[in-house]
Design a protein around this ligand. Sequence first.
Ligand code: FES
Length: 167
Amino acid sequence: MINYDITIHTRDKQQVSFVCSEAEDLLSAADRESILLPSQCRKGTCGACVATVTAGTYHLGEVSMEALPEKAQARGDVLLCRTYPRADLILEAPYDYNYIRFERIPEREAEVMDVTMVATGTRRLLLRLQPDEQGGAAEFEAGQFMEIQVPGSDARRAYSLANNTNW
Ligand code: FES
């Protein structure tokens, strides 16, 4: 498998680099190296991971036209979660360096405690986090979200945290 060097320049003229194979999307490759770039859906639908390729070739997978219109694609905009390198790439990100976090995504297990139908097509899901070395709570700050994935499935969905910043 061929690996490529990926360099992303941030709006404040700093940069971050990682390696990505031709079979991996850029967002996942960055994750693997504990580089958390702004993103949400990871499915090419929200547009949160947009960046602009300024050098190199790539394959762009299926994306929502609302998230990445053809005009944007024509000027080199890509969604990192749907971009597969075919050469070393240089990109420009529309955010500053301090928007990037350098850590692994914390993974927690939770137990479904209750499912309640609250309206047609809407269910309330009550989850209890399994305790880990941090205890039974989760630390988060304003603007953060969590993704819920069913074990044994690739399906996952992002949810905003409505509470105040807390544990
Ligand atoms: S994370 Fe939503 S489009 Fe890439």
